[in-house]
Structure formats: C-alpha cells, structure tokens
Write a protein that binds this ligand. Structure first.
Ligand SMILES: [Zn+2]
Length: 283
C-alpha cells in the first residue's frame, strides 16, 4: 500500500493484477463518512459506486493503471440543493481527468523541458503512452506563475499574429523565464502590471515611447535600461547609415572632374544676341 500511496492517504488497495507488461491496481476509499461538496456536512448514506480508470506512473518499468471504486453519497441536509454528491480525492485524482495528479505533474515537467514530439518519444521509453497533443494541452492548461516580487524585468512586444495583433511579453531577468503576457502594447496595461511590483529595480526595454512612459509612471523607482539586443540593433543601423553617407561622399570626391568646354559664338551674330549668348542675361 505504502508503495502506491502514503500512509496518510485514504485509500486501500483491494487487489493488484500484475501482468508481463502492465499492472492494474484496484483501490477504494477507507473513509466511512464524506463531506458534502456544497454544505460541507458529513454524510454516511451511500448512493452508489462507479469505477474510474486512471493512468499512473509506471511501476517496476510496467505501465500502470489505477481503478478507483468511487462513491456517491446522499446529502443529509434538507436545505442543501445538492442531493447527491461524488466523493472527491483532489490530492491524487482530479475530476474529469484520466491521469493521476502525480503522473500529470511529471508529464508537464517533461513537455516543458522537451516539447511535444520529443516528450512523447521519451514517455514511450518509460512505458507511458501519451500523445504530443495531450502533452501540449497540459501546457495550455497549466496556470501561469503568480506575479511575484521581481527585481529585474524585461519588456518587449510579441505577435499574436504578425503585422496584425501584438501584445507585451514580460520576462524575469533573474530566472530568464516568461512571467506574463499582456494582451496589448498599451501604456495603461503595463502601468497596472508594474504597480504590483514594489521591489522592481531594473526594467529593460526598447525605445518604444509607450513602454518608456509606462516604466516611468508604473515603476518610478526602477532604472530603465535599453536592452542589449535593441542597443546593438540601433548601433548597427547608425553605423550602416554613417558608412553609406561617407561612402557616397568619398565616391563623389574621388570621381574625375569633367571640364566644361567654352561655347563658341559665331562672329556673324548681332551684338545683342552675342551678349545674351555670352552672359545668359536678357535685357
Ligand atoms: Zn449538502
């Protein structure tokens, strides 16, 4: 029993089916009473049983499934609208899931490290059958880390859809992890986010005006730094501009000068036309 659940857990193993390439473990609750999910009053009046099946972590290198004999109870409180409720075991089995909580945690760690397809291949080596789409669904479902007490943050834009819709991405520069995504690049959104970070000391950003104003208003105590990528990009652009200008100037100064030959004025022209042809002035 303690190999499967700890001694403080409320399950008992009814039987184990140990086959060549898989193990099925049949468990049920040890509790006699159950609290109503709505009014939290205890109930002992059993309504029915039903079986739930979960994929669990492999055991001794074999694929492992847990068959939980789940129970439904009547609520004994007259005023409670929930007449029948299902016993919950949130520590191990979440509602509407087909994997145990501990397996789901390991799968999430795997997909975050490796990604969908490689994660699927590695899991196969450990006798866990899971598809890459299921792994990626775990990532989408995982909660984002709570905005904590960050001291150094980088902000930049990112594309929901390139050239159409952009948001703001916030990265913790200490752990180098993305900590939040804002739905737009507006000054107001960033100010609200920054005001929840009283310990912020450094903000790195590009030269976008709304980010500059948001950083000044939202975290006036923080030093604003142009991030390295944008600094080098701007330097590169400035150098290219300067080199182009200087190259044009040098090319012009080194080009051979073309001497203009004087215009020959025929002697037979009248004096007035001769003067116009020589000076270009019409009196
Ligand atoms: Zn109730």
């Amino acid at each position: 029993m303690n190999l499967i659940f700890s001694s403080v857990d409320v399950f008992k193993v009814i039987s184990v089916d140990n086959q060549a390439d898989y193990i099925n473990i049949y468990v049920q609750s040890r509790q006699r009473i159950c609290l109503c999910l709505n009014c939290c009053e205890p109930s002992t009046k059993l309504h029915s049983y039903y079986t739930r099946k979960f994929n669990d972590l492999p055991t001794f290198g074999k694929a492992c499934k847990i068959f939980l004999r789940s129970r439904k109870f009547y609520c004994l409180t007259d005023e409670c609208p929930l007449k029948i409720f299902t016993e919950r075991y949130e520590d191990h089995f979440k509602p509407c899931r087909r994997t145990t909580k501990r397996l789901e945690e390991k799968l999430l760690d795997t997909v975050l490290e490796l990604g969908g397809k490689p994660g699927e291949r590695i899991c196969r080596h450990f006798s866990i059958t899971v598809s890459d789409t299921t792994l990626l669904r775990l990532v989408n479902r995982a909660p984002l880390p709570e905005p904590g007490n960050f001291t150094a943050i980088g902000v930049d834009d990112w594309a929901y859809k390139k050239r159409e819709r952009y948001g703001s991405i916030l990265v913790d520069l200490t752990t180098r992890r993305v900590v939040d995504l804002l739905p737009d690049r507006e000054e107001k959104s960033l100010i609200i986010w920054l005001r929840k970070q009283p310990k912020l000391e450094v903000i790195t950003r590009d030269r976008y005006g709304k980010y500059r104003r948001a950083a000044t208003k939202g975290a006036p105590q923080a030093i604003q730094v142009t991030d390295r990528w944008h600094l080098l990009k701007n330097l590169g652009e400035a150098l290219t501009k300067m080199m182009t200008r200087e190259y044009t100037r040098l090319t012009r100064s080194l080009a051979p000068k073309i001497e203009e030959s004087p215009v020959e004025i025929p002697d037979e022209l009248p004096v007035r036309e001769k003067e116009v042809a020589t000076t270009g002035i019409i009196r």
